[in-house]
Write a protein that binds this ligand. Sequence first.
Ligand code: UDP
Ligand code: MG
Length: 322
Amino acid sequence: MNASAVPAAVALSVVIPVYNEEANLPVLFARLYPVLDGLGRPYEVIFTNDGSADRSFPLLRDQHAARPDVTRVIDFNANYGQHMAIMAAFERVRGEVIVTLDADLQNPPEEIPKLLERLDAGHDYVGGFRLDRQDSLFRTWASRLVNLVRERTTNIEMTDQGCMLRAYRRPIIDAIVRSGAINTFIPALAYSFAGNPAEVGVRHEERHAGVSNYSFYRLVRLNFDLITGFSLAPLQVFTMFALACSAGSFLLVLILAGRRLIIGPEEGGLFTLFGILFFLVSVTMVGIGLIGEYVGRTYQVVRARQRYHVRETLETAGAPRG
Ligand code: UDP
Ligand code: MG
């Protein structure tokens, strides 16, 4: 670009987290860039290499060398997770419109224009939902269950929280960055800032290569974050439950005492008491765990630790600023 020319504003930033995707990146590049070139608006693609252990970073570096005008790469020193990778890119975006996308081609890049169309129609948030989802039966059903719980406990309305193919107007992204959120479930956070959200069905493909980076454990953590991060409902439900339990056990003690006075000591009463005790102890433990979750959250905010460390950024100096 001519340095003296007025830099064209970036219309579109595409944000892609990358973790061990060496087998997918070449195909992603080959499919993504033609789509973006065809849009006829100035764009940038920001890849965050989330501590990949494979050849993902060298591939990203080559891609930056091939298309330095539109490619930016953020290189994390370690693996901080998909949502942190997206956050790091959000903190650096220049575009008026931001699209997020997975690197494994489960979200076809060819669907991006569909999202932009809805944004152009006046929405500030367009969430994709996966038509004909290509995931394991377990993933699909587990995600349905979480959807149900989320619908009941938060006021976030989303057909498909797990779909990362989404488009946002810049003010929403700025709000997310300002919020300094941790344990961020980005689609839900963005939704809470949106004024005029819309949804659109997008195709879903099987992972082009490799296996999902989400183990069962990571999925549980993520969904736990989603529920506790956006509502105090678990705490309230627990309190109600604990109240009901104490009322019930108080009643039971009264009945047992009455029985003892009228009929005399029952045999095996010891076991009943043990049963009740174990039950109450387990309720207490669940409660402590839940409270710990919120305390831990507070601790993380108070501590204000750096959430990730960027080792290197590849971007062309003088690239257009939005
Ligand atoms: N990802 C990441 N860091 C991680 C895990 C995943 O940046 O710790 C990226 C990954 O490269 C992909 C996206 O997040 O672009 C979605 O990951 P994956 O396909 O493993 O999740 P799934 O589609 O199974 O939900
Ligand atoms: Mg995937």
